[in-house]
Design a protein around this ligand. Sequence first.
Ligand SMILES: Cc1cc2nc3c(=O)[nH]c(=O)nc-3n(C[C@H](O)[C@H](O)[C@H](O)COP(=O)(O)OP(=O)(O)OC[C@H]3O[C@@H](n4cnc5c(N)ncnc54)[C@H](O)[C@@H]3O)c2cc1C
Length: 300
Amino acid sequence: MDCDWRRRFGEVLPHARFDEPLARHTTFKIGGPADVFLDARNGGEVLAALRLAREARAPVFVLGWGSNLLVKDRGMRGLVLRLTGDFEVVEFLGGFAVRSGAAVRMPQLAVACAKMSLSGLEPLAGVPGTVGGAVAMNAGTRDGEIGPLVTEVSAVGAAEASARVIPRSDLRFSYRESSLKDVVILSATLQLKTADKGDIMTVVARNQQKRLKTQPIHTYNVGSIFKNPPGRFAAQMIEELGLKGHAVAGARVSPMHANFIENFAEAKASDVLALVNLIRERVRAAFGVDLELEMRIVGE
Ligand SMILES: Cc1cc2nc3c(=O)[nH]c(=O)nc-3n(C[C@H](O)[C@H](O)[C@H](O)COP(=O)(O)OP(=O)(O)OC[C@H]3O[C@@H](n4cnc5c(N)ncnc54)[C@H](O)[C@@H]3O)c2cc1C
């Protein structure tokens, strides 16, 4: 990688930050530094940043709210790009459709839609990430995922010079996965339906209350660590093994929800990884099941 690229990056985009600790930008409060960190405020800044990274052959990672990420302790090489400004806008298009900037937070979008009597996002109202992260991850709950609501996505690939619209027919969604890899999602259009505003708000409030009772949402965590294997619940297996509260240094299995890991005392990514490995080994030995990660691990 060209060693002058950070200087050039700073000349073109002076608000870029260097060696920015990613622990500041993840809900786990864990993660080493990013070589270059940019809050891109508009399409021009996204394209300029991608061009500079491309010229320097630097890898690009798109960060949302950091609510599904374990960033390793040595951090991330290349560019970490986060969207702000123009990407925080919601447009109601008529015909019960909404176009949301990728940086809008999911709970805010759900409430904004409820106020417009638009139903569909109630299951996602408690998912703390951004719309970009939700679409990339096909975020969801037992009551529904975002994928089926998406009619088109505006995105730009790291190797591309302009944004393009990806129609529904070219999008694929599965359990916490989408076909949107190696692109920066700029906005997503969702098709909702109309319903009574009060009824929608009641469901949103009920879902949020349920989370308060069942999830350690006031701790540093990233939601579910493992996907549920077909026909089983990861949390149930981990709980049956008596692992609730089990700690490795500053990381512990949540005493409240066994599929959550909490950073309760300045945990390092290596502590979380050691705990993840321990859980996987115990679950494999006891149940013959290989737990797959829902959380994404990035960095070095
Ligand atoms: C308390 C708690 C509860 C949770 N409950 C749920 C739940 O019920 N259901 C659920 O599905 N998840 C849940 N999560 C996990 C998380 O909130 C979701 O996965 C969320 O969709 C991630 O969005 P994010 O913006 O934080 O993405 P990040 O964690 O920042 O990134 C996740 C992935 O998305 C990619 N990404 C992010 N933004 C973009 C973009 N603009 N363009 C391209 N790629 C992008 C990243 O590169 C990365 O690969 C929970 C998390 C917490 C902390």
